[in-house]
Design a protein around this ligand. Structure first.
Ligand SMILES: [Zn+2]
Length: 251
């Protein structure tokens, strides 16, 4: 199957219950959100920093644009903590990046406007040009995509001590690097399994780049795909807040 057809197939399979009515609303440009850069398709990638006392966490949603469950969690978090009061709900500073891949999110597609899977585009030791399946197209080179470079810039400006990237697939807490203590808290509260291996190779992923290669504790949280978008935030809120209490600065 051609890449284009595969892309269309994924979009066609997204049922109405998994779609946002107004996806542009999840891409915040006001209330202190700043533009980090533009996507391949020219959409703003925005973030906000919630000041804290000790250590720093990075929360990322919408790496895969068709995984609306992860963006729905970020939306709930933004509504509760980033709009009016704008204070960290934990001891640590929190860097909030609701939608890394606005091109994909606005089009219900996994990849960005260049057809690149952003979770295969980072410059990891195992980066490879060949994709396991067309939907995992890693781009023409590592760091080729503006979204990847924007994320790297954000990590350089605000180096995190803990990262959670919100996705959806089979429910699991995927541990990347020294993140077991965080994973234990989240998995117990969500009643999800903990995995180190997602079941297939993910060269060029954020988990590999940050977690395994730089020892930044990183969780790739896979919400159960298809669960009610309106319940995801209340389902996972306390689990995530508890994990944030474990953040401490790297020594
Ligand atoms: Zn994903």
């Amino acid at each position: 199957m051609s890449e284009e057809k595969e892309d269309k197939k994924e979009q066609a399979e997204l049922p109405p219950s998994r779609k946002y009515e107004n996806p542009e609303r999840a891409i915040h440009t006001e209330n202190g959100f700043q533009e980090l850069g533009k996507s391949a398709g020219g959409h703003p990638i925005t973030y906000k920093v919630l000041p804290g006392k000790k250590g720093r966490a990075l929360l990322v949603g919408g790496v895969h644009g068709n995984e609306t469950e992860g963006v729905a969690f970020m939306e709930g978090f933004v509504k509760e903590f980033c709009l009016d009061a704008s204070s960290s709900p934990a001891n640590c500073e929190i860097v909030v990046l609701p939608v890394l891949n606005p091109d994909g999110f606005l089009n219900y597609a996994r990849q960005n406007a260049n057809g690149v899977d952003l979770n295969r585009n980072m410059r990891t030791k195992d980066w490879q040009a060949e994709a396991l399946e067309p939907k995992y197209y890693p781009g023409k080179a590592p760091d080729s995509e503006p979204e990847t470079r924007a994320l790297l810039k954000l990590i350089e400006m605000h180096p995190p001590d803990f990262i959670i990237s919100f996705h959806s697939w089979k429910p699991m807490v995927n541990v990347n690097g020294p993140a077991h203590a965080f994973a234990d808290v989240i998995a117990k509260k969500l009643n999800y399994i903990i995995t180190e291996d997602i079941g297939y190779p993910t060269p060029g992923s954020l988990g590999t780049w940050a977690g395994w290669e730089r020892s930044i504790p990183t969780i790739t949280l896979e919400f159960e795909r298809g669960i009610d978008l309106s319940n995801i935030y209340s389902f996972a809120r306390n689990a995530i807040l508890s994990s944030l209490e474990l953040v401490h600065p790297a020594v």
